[in-house]
Design a protein around this ligand. Structure first.
Ligand code: 5AD
Ligand code: SF4
Length: 418
């Protein structure tokens, strides 16, 4: 989400005549697009902000802006505490960037009730695949999560605006779109998410459609059917489980039990047999017992995700979970995280090994950064694959035989059915 917000900022700046510098030292404007999902992301920003102070002494014309979720939360306080900062704007006020640059200093953190109608042309580096926002904000208030406080309530872009943007992308040669929202399954504008997918599936030139993130509670049968029936929707879903313990899920305010989740996964696998499922897990939520933790491990073994993102619980000031008793020590959180990642590593490798010898459709995304004769792409199930091939294949769909499975990527060989 933040990467795509940065693309929008770049789009605005390009229209204003700005160009990107190769070195930070040459810049007249530096924007920190910050994230506050976990404390680690905040710490990274703080040390960078300190580092950049000296640049202002060398270049008195330099302007520094803080954007994103930390900007939204801290607002004017950032200006007070960091005299080197000139502008502060939250994720709902990206569209104000150009007018902001004409002011001396400015803070923009008000709600933007019209965000779904505020289209901003994004400046994308890639020319094969693109992120496209379909909705903003989140209404879920999972008890650990800061997003509903920083990105505001859910608002869906009209399907016509999304259609136009993707149609234009197809005319510019893009082959894949990833639809973005905190909870895409609750997309609700002139049509629902399934309706939107049908509309996008009809755009000539676009070969692949992906979307993130799905909320298990809102994953409807209609959507599962769409994944099965619409040929361009890729067989991969990111479906954050967070915990295998229904007691913890309740405390997290996720709105489903572990059994509900299993039922949805069962339906997905039944309807779309080759589907890849990935997930997010939080280790050490307040009051999580050894037993709760082992239920998460059990879930990993039973569901056999294709990949996971796992995090130690990080208390975010202002959220309910930050106020909960029975916090878990850093040491236990680390041990649990380590165990989760260890189990999953074996599963990921085993699942990748199952693909050895198979034929996969691959969209070539680029040439290898380390080896000129190699190209890189992804299977429909979102697995990264490297193979020998010509740069002319970038942007093309090819058939690849999987020769070797590694944990985080596959190695393949172009077959003559390309
Ligand atoms: N602590 C740890 N992980 C978090 N996530 C969100 N908030 C927190 C938090 N406070 C994780 C969730 C979510 C992913 C994007 O980040 O797993 O799905
Ligand atoms: Fe955060 Fe939950 Fe919304 Fe995801 S669904 S952004 S975890 S509140």
């Amino acid at each position: 989400m933040n990467v795509h917000d940065s693309e929008k900022m770049a789009g605005i700046l390009k229209a204003e005549g700005y160009t990107e510098t190769a070195y930070t030292e040459e810049a007249d404007l530096i924007i920190f697009n910050t994230c506050s999902i976990r404390q680690k992301a905040e710490q990274k920003f703080r040390s960078e902000l300190g580092r950049i102070k000296l640049l202002k002494i060398k270049n008195p014309l330099l302007k520094i802006a803080v954007a994103g979720c930390i900007a939204q939360q801290k607002g004017r306080d950032i200006l007070k505490r960091n005299p080197q900062v000139d502008y502060v704007f939250g994720p709902q006020n990206v569209h104000k960037l150009s007018s902001m640059l004409t002011a001396d200093t400015m803070v923009c953190i008000e709600d933007n009730p019209e965000i779904q109608h505020t289209d901003i042309p994004a400046e994308r580096k890639d020319n094969v695949k693109a992120w496209v926002s379909i909705m903003y904000g989140c209404n879920n208030f999972c008890s650990y999560c800061i997003v509903p406080y920083t990105r505001g309530r859910e608002k869906s872009r009209p399907s016509e605006n999304i259609y136009k943007e993707i149609h234009e992308l197809s005319e510019n040669g893009f082959k894949e779109v990833t639809l973005l929202g905190q909870n895409v399954n609750s997309y609700d504008s002139d049509t629902n998410f399934a309706g939107l997918l049908r509309k996008i599936n009809a755009i000539t030139g676009i070969e692949r459609i992906r979307f993130v993130t799905s909320h298990p509670r809102d994953l409807s049968d209609e959507l599962i059917l769409c994944i099965k029936e619409l040929p361009k929707i890729c067989g991969h879903i990111h479906l954050p489980l967070q915990s295998g313990s229904s007691r913890i899920l309740k405390l997290m305010n996720r709105g489903y039990t572990y059994e509900d989740y299993l039922e949805k996964v069962g339906k997905l696998k039944e309807c779309v047999p080759d589907i890849a499922i990935t997930t997010d897990i939080i280790a050490g939520f307040p009051s999580e017992t050894d037993n709760d933790h082992s239920l998460t491990i059990e879930a990993l073994k039973r569901i056999e995700f294709d990949g996971i993102f796992a995090f130690k619980f990080s208390p975010r000031p202002g959220t309910k979970a930050a106020e909960m008793d029975d916090k878990i020590s850093e040491k236990i959180k680390s041990l649990r995280l380590y165990e989760i990642l260890g189990y999953q590593d074996d599963i990921t490798l085993r699942k990748n090994k199952e693909l050895e010898g198979s034929l996969q459709e691959v969209l070539v995304e680029g040439v290898s950064k380390t080896n000129n004769g190699k190209i890189t792409g992804r299977t429909r199930t979102n697995k990264i694959i490297n193979l020998e091939g010509d740069a002319a294949l970038v942007g093309r769909l090819i058939n690849v035989e999987i020769r070797k499975a590694l944990r985080h990527s596959l190695e393949g060989r172009l077959t003559n059915q390309a």
